[in-house]
Design a protein around this ligand. Structure first.
Ligand code: CMP
Length: 139
């Protein structure tokens, strides 16, 4: 089925001017960027977005990182977009990511790992709604 997933190009990537390079990998995989904006995430936005990780030891570091520089938030659309984008991103830890994946190509570490993608349809819907209104998504 045609799905939509939520993506973030993270501060380590925007800082190195890699927005276009990441988008090229996304588009080459057949995913369509149907919404996109560059924002500076607030502490509140980052804490809300990563609320499921609140108890993790890296939570503070994660919020600090995500608010340290601009991010590009996106909605990606395509056949099986959620699983497909997870494949395109590669493993969370770039040392374990497959050749050709965004994280293998560009990620610096498990924390500064260049991209985020939703893990399931329910989280995709919640994450998209946190950053986009319906009229900002143009399929
Ligand atoms: P993401 O897909 O955005 O979802 C949660 C994020 O937490 C993850 O990508 C990583 O960037 C980050 N993360 C996961 N594990 C660690 C870790 N051990 N240390 C620091 N950050 C982590």
């Amino acid at each position: 089925a045609i799905e939509r997933t939520f993506s973030i190009i993270k501060p380590d990537a925007t800082e190195r001017n890699l927005t276009g390079a990441v988008n090229a990998v996304i588009e080459k995989a057949g995913l369509r960027i149907v919404a996109q904006k560059r924002i500076r995430m607030t502490k509140e936005q980052a804490e809300t977005f990563y609320a499921v990780h609140k108890a993790r030891p890296f939570f503070g570091e994660l919020v600090e990182f995500m608010t340290s520089a601009p991010v590009v938030v996106q909605v990606l659309e395509g056949e099986g977009a959620i699983a497909k984008y997870r494949e395109v991103m590669g493993a969370t830890d770039p040392a374990k990511a497959a050749e050709g994946t965004v994280r293998k190509l560009y990620a610096k570490s498990i924390g500064e790992n260049s991209v985020h993608g939703s893990d399931a349809p329910e989280t995709a819907a919640i994450e998209i709604a946190q950053f986009f209104s319906g009229n900002e998504i143009v399929g």
